[in-house]
Structures are given as C-alpha cells and as structure tokens.
Design a protein around this ligand. Structure first.
Ligand code: SF4
Length: 227
C-alpha cells in the first residue's frame, strides 16, 4: 500500500488534470473514477485546493445507486462537515420537508455539493459559512462531473446560485430562470431553484412561507422524473 502522502499527491494530480480537461470540453466530461464508491474513497484524500486544511473531512455525495434526480448544493455546512454527510443540517431538513410535500422520496435521489469541503470563517466560537471562490469551485468540479457522469440521472437540479452558475454558466440567474427544465450535456434535463438555506434566512414567517411554497412548486416539476 502506498504511503498516505503519495496517495494525497496522486489524488491532487488526477483532479487537476481532470479539471483542465473538463474546462476545455463542451461535451459531458469523463469521470475520473470507475465507480461512485471509488470516487468517494479517492476524494477523502483530495488536496486539490486549500479547503481540506480547515475542514473536518470530505463530504461526498450520497443517495440512490441509480437515481433519476441528482441535487447539487453549494458546499457542506457545519453539521455536514462534522457528520461527513451532505444535507443533514437545517437546510437538509428543510429539503426533506419540501421533497415530501412535492411527492419525491429523497432515498431515491442523490444529493451532493459543488464543493466537497466546508469553507468557513470564525465568529466567536461559531464557524460561519463562507462562499467558495472560483478557483476552489474549479478545483472541485471533477468530483461533481464524476458523480453526474457515473450516476447518469435524468435530471440534475442546481440548488442555489453557486451550483447553477457552475453548471449553467456564470451569467445564469436563478431569480430569472428558476424552475425551468433546460437541456444540458450533463443530463437530459437540468433545472435550477433556490438553495433551501435561503428559505431559512427569510426575514419573517410570511416570506418564509411564500418562499417554501415556491420551492415546493419547483420540486413538483421533478415528480415525473422520480417515478
Ligand atoms: S474542496 Fe474539493 S478540490 Fe478542494 S480539497 Fe476538497 S475535495 Fe479537493
């Protein structure tokens, strides 16, 4: 077995190479692992950007083996970082509720993030979410491309602007085009909607209720893919 330092170096090199290839390719990028389990194992040692230095662990995607729907968020949060699983914190619980209201079984889907390590800044004793930058998103892109390429979902759903602008282009605006089913080289369909954390940040109960209803309405458009 190769020493850990060599494994880390290999993971870093393979991700960098794939990042370059995928950014130059207008068709669906090739996966950099043969299976999701192999990708998850390799991603544990990824050092392709600096985010691994201050996070607890890589938070890879999880879900059904053959999902029809893949949800892509931004990055793990505090609880996801500690548990090593995506969408298990407050935003994940809100997603669960919205999926239930839309008639979609989360167990039949796959959930992941654009960036696999938690980026944060200290505020007192708390770790506050910090948005990943373009270089970090580009470094992590091969893992996301690999998940989508191996899982072959019928629809990819971008939750929030970071995922949407990563997969649909920097000029894409969730506020203008949310809920629209679009064509993509990554999957037969791609759709963007808000990130559930934005609903949690709504200033009052009335707007939170309204935002939740819009989110569920977007998700209901996916119900036909979930069957
Ligand atoms: S955020 Fe992504 S690219 Fe950066 S170290 Fe983590 S897994 Fe690797």
């Amino acid at each position: 077995m190769a020493p850990l330092s060599k494994l880390k170096s290999r993971a870093k090199n393979s991700v960098t190479t794939a990042a370059t290839a995928s950014s130059q390719n207008s068709t669906a990028p090739l996966p950099i692992a043969k299976s999701i389990d192999a990708a998850r194992t390799r991603a544990k040692n990824c050092e392709a950007c600096d985010l691994y230095k201050h996070a607890t662990q890589t938070v890879f995607g999880e879900g059904a083996r053959k999902p029809r729907i893949v949800f892509v968020g931004e990055q793990p949060g505090d609880q996801e970082d500690q548990q090593g699983r995506p969408f298990v914190g407050p935003a994940g619980k809100l997603l669960d509720t919205a999926l239930e209201q839309a008639g979609i079984d989360r167990a039949k889907t796959y959930v992941t993030n654009t960036v696999k390590h938690f980026k944060w800044e200290p505020r007192g004793k708390r770790r506050i979410h910090k948005k990943p930058n373009g270089a970090e998103i580009a470094a992590c892109r091969p893992w996301l491309d690999t998940e989508i390429a191996l899982l072959k979902p019928r629809v990819v759903v971008c939750l929030g602007a970071t995922a949407a602008q990563t997969l649909l282009g920097r000029t894409f605006r969730v506020t203008q085009s949310r809920g629209e089913l679009l064509e993509s080289a990554l999957a037969p369909h791609i759709m963007a909607t808000v990130h559930p954390s934005s609903i949690l940040r709504a200033p009052d109960e009335e707007s939170r209720h309204r935002e939740m209803a819009s989110f569920v309405a977007d998700l209901k458009k996916l119900a036909k893919f979930a069957k």
